[in-house]
Structures are given as structure tokens and as C-alpha cells.
Design a protein around this ligand. Structure first.
Ligand code: NAP
Length: 246
């Protein structure tokens, strides 16, 4: 499905990013696997993908750091010469009640989840301009659409990702670039293992499917958005949440 496509996945080392990398590799995309701290995990993943006969290289960059992102794109330009798809997946969570949230927690969430997404979108667009083709896929959250008690700042960052997606889709469509987002519900990754059990149970009970989602179930929607099957889809926020009523 993705023969000849070069794809950057941010936060590829674990969770949704890891499963997405494996699924896109099985569909023959060549991959740039971004990570920030999980070097051993990403090297193992790159190895696994290379053993499938698919090219994958890992690049360390903190997406919130403009200089590191610039250096990552310089490497992509020199080693691959092209970028067809960006999957902006890297993200962090740090929940607290509005009145309890410390300023540094707010700043860090905004820096990684919003600025990180923005940084990669800007550099990726520069590489896609002139090709009259390109796909940007952002990972938002159901919490960015509907909010949740105890997650005001995380919710705000994921709502910002929706704003970046819908507005950029309108700007970049004339260049042949589509911009979409997935909005996962509760997915079984390290991120949700940090949630308080009673809070997690409440979220799962709130899904029509009555179960937690698997990272590969988000990856499948990302595959659709990365492939030619979605060529006339842009500016959309696609829920992958088991029909969650929060
Ligand atoms: P995860 O298992 O905690 O993995 C997070 C990934 O993001 C890791 O690969 C991590 O890399 C990377 N990352 C974190 N900070 C980074 C930074 N500054 N620069 C580069 N990479 C960074 O999380 P996940 O559950 O797979 O979540 C992936 C995305 O889905 C996030 O944007 C999250 O908000 C969103 N989401 C998740 C859920 C869910 O239920 N799990 C629901 C809705 C939305 P290192 O390990 O190398 O630091």
C-alpha cells in the first residue's frame, strides 16, 4: 500500500508510534523513526523492520526543541531526499486538576504536544512544497474534543492539535498536501498505564465496545490516512475510541 513512500513517525519508540511503524513497514514504506529518550527500544524496532527488508533509520530529536527538529529534517533531506508523510505522534501526559497544575507542567505539555507538532508540521511542509503531494497526520485525542475532569491542560494541547490540523488543511490543500488527525480514546500503552485504575475503568466503561483499544487499532487508521485510499480526505479528525461517551 505504501510502496515508494518515505514516512517520518515521531515518538516511534513505544506505544502507538511503535505499532504504527510496524504496520507501515509491513506495507512497504521506508521509515524515519524519531525518538527522544528510548534509544534501546527504537534501535530494536529499526532492526526488526530492517529484517523485513524495509529501510528504517532512527533519529533522536526532542520535538519541542526547534534546533533538534531542524537537524532531524536536515538528516531526512540528505539521507532520503524526500518526505511523503509525517505522522506527528510524539506526546506526553501529566494530569492534574486545573487548580493544582503547576506552571512548569503546563509549559512542558504545551512545548511537547503543541510546539512539537507545530515544529514538525512546518519542516515537513517545507519538504512537501513543490511536490504537489504530501500527507500530514496528527495524533490528537478524544480528550481534545470533549475535555475531561483532571485533564484540562492535556485537553488544551490536544484541542490545539485539532486547530493546527483543520486550519493547516485549509492552507495547504492548494499545495496538494492533506492534513488530518486521529483522536484516540483509551489505548493500552505506557501512557494509560499511568492513569489511576478507577479513572481508567471509568473511561473504559464509557465506551460502547466496553474494552480498551489496542495501539494497532489506531495504527490501522493512520495507515488509511497515509495511503492513497484517503487522497480526498483532508481537515478531518477521526475518532478511534470504541464509541466513547465521555
Ligand atoms: P507512550 O506509549 O507514552 O509513547 C510516547 C511516545 O512519544 C514515545 O515514543 C516517546 O519517545 C515519544 N515522546 C515523548 N516526548 C517526546 C519528545 N519530546 N520528543 C520526541 N518524542 C517524544 O504514548 P502513546 O500512548 O503511544 O501516545 C502516542 C500519542 O497518542 C500521544 O500524542 C498521545 O497523546 C496520543 N494519545 C494516546 C492515547 C492513549 O490512550 N494511549 C489516547 C489519545 C491520544 P521516548 O520514549 O523516546 O521519549
Amino acid at each position: 500500500m505504501l510502496n515508494g513512500k518515505t514516512i517520518l513517525i515521531t515518538g516511534a519508540s513505544r506505544g502507538i508510534g511503535r505499532e504504527t511503524s510496524l504496520l507501515l513497514a509491513r506495507n512497504h514504506a521506508e521509515l524515519i523513526l524519531n525518538y527522544n529518550s528510548s534509544e534501546a527500544e527504537v534501535l530494536k524496532l529499526a532492526d526488526e523492520i530492517n529484517q523485513m527488508g524495509v529501510r528504517a533509520v532512527s533519529v533522536k530529536a526532542n520535538v519541542s526543541d526547534r534546533n533538534q527538529v531542524q537537524a532531524m529534517f536536515k538528516k531526512i533531506r540528505s539521507e532520503f531526499g524526500r518526505l511523503d508523510v509525517l505522522v506527528n505522534n510524539a506526546g506526553i501526559i501529566n494530569d492534574d486538576l486545573l487548580l493544582m497544575t503547576k506552571e512548569h507542567v503546563y509549559d512542558n505539555l504545551m512545548e511537547v504536544n503543541v510546539k512539537g507538532c507545530f515544529n514538525c508540521m512546518q519542516f515537513a511542509t517545507k519538504m512537501m512544497i513543490g511536490k504537489e503531494r504530501g500527507k500530514i497526520i496528527n495524533v490528537s485525542s478524544i480528550i481534545g474534543r470533549y475535555g475531561n475532569s483532571g485533564q484540562a491542560v492535556y485537553s488544551a494541547t490536544k484541542a490545539a492539535v485539532i486547530g493546527l490540523t483543520t486550519s493547516s488543511a485549509k492552507e495547504l490543500g492548494q499545495l496538494g498536501i492533506t492534513v488530518n488527525a486521529v483522536a484516540p480514546g483509551v489505548i493500552d500503552t505506557d501512557m494509560t498505564s499511568q492513569l489511576k485504575p478507577e479513572f481508567k475503568k471509568k473511561l473504559i466503561d464509557g465506551t460502547a465496545l466496553k474494552r480498551i483499544g489496542k495501539p494497532v487499532e489506531v495504527a490501522k487508521v493512520i495507515l488509511f490516512l497515509a495511503s492513497d485510499l484517503s487522497d480526498y480526505v483532508s481537515g478531518q479528525i477521526i475518532g478511534v475510541d470504541g464509541c466513547q461517551v465521555v
